[in-house]
Design a protein around this ligand. Structure first.
Ligand SMILES: [Zn+2]
Ligand SMILES: [Zn+2]
Length: 239
């Protein structure tokens, strides 16, 4: 296999996923583009993964204010690899809308590193946030399912890309705010194969975490179907 990869690299040298410059090694991004990505590093909230102020971490409080106030927990743990900002936007948008499915491997590698605490806590099954079939038909692939499959290969955990389905079309969440976002998603998702979920520790995967309402609704449906716990892992998050 590696001989073929060497020949392929010679004919078609790997290119930076962000700027397209040729790379010596298939590292995903060139040094310049890599430096533009704001990876989320400690200190961050041990529960929801939100970056923390250094002094807050110094006090030994490894939870953010929101997690300290909330007794009810939607997710066991949440993590994201990097901030969704000018440095990462193109990488994500090309992956999501412009058929750049080759970005999945690099993104999943960053997610696997960011999700180390989750994998250490134990994952039985990886489930992507689903697309409605009309959108899947138009886009031809579900970007979150590609991430789930790549994470399955990296972690050895099973990826179940059709366990959760979106059976109702919804308005784009960016058009809505607050409660309207929650209402928009109510009843949009369902578990298609409950036997793949019951009693399992589920890792829910998506490309970007914005307000979290989609992940929360998916987690609610998964827990109702009998999931033991739900963690979330995204490539990027809006901070
Ligand atoms: Zn580059
Ligand atoms: Zn938190």
């Amino acid at each position: 296999m590696s001989v073929w990869r060497d020949i392929l690299d010679y004919i078609l040298p790997p290119r930076c996923l962000q700027c397209g410059r040729p790379l010596h090694e298939n590292t995903g991004l060139c040094k310049t583009c890599f430096a533009d990505i704001n990876f989320i590093v400690r200190p961050y909230c041990q529960r929801c993964g939100h970056p923390l102020e250094t002094d807050c971490a110094d006090n030994g409080q490894m939870l953010c204010g929101r997690c300290l106030r909330r007794a009810r927990r939607e997710f066991r743990l949440s993590r994201s690899a990097f901030a969704y900002d000018e440095g990462s936007k193109r990488l994500i948008l090309n992956f999501k809308f412009n058929d750049r499915t080759e970005n999945a491997r690099f993104l999943a590698q960053t997610m696997y590193v960011a999700g180390a605490d989750i994998f250490a806590a134990g994952v039985d099954v990886i489930v992507p946030v689903p697309l409605h079939f009309t959108r899947l038909f138009r886009r031809r692939y579900n970007q979150s399912a590609l991430l789930a499959s790549e994470l399955g290969k990296l972690s050895g955990c099973k990826a179940e890309t059709f366990a959760l389905v979106k059976h109702r079309r919804t308005r784009p969440q960016v058009e809505l705010s607050g409660l309207a976002r929650v209402r928009n998603l109510r009843g949009a998702f369902s578990v298609a194969h409950a036997e793949k979920i019951v009693g399992k520790r589920v890792l829910l995967v998506d490309d970007v975490l914005t307000t979290g309402s989609t992940l929360r609704e998916c987690a609610r449906v998964l827990r109702k179907a009998g999931a033991k716990s739900v963690d979330t892992l995204t490539a990027a998050r809006v901070i």
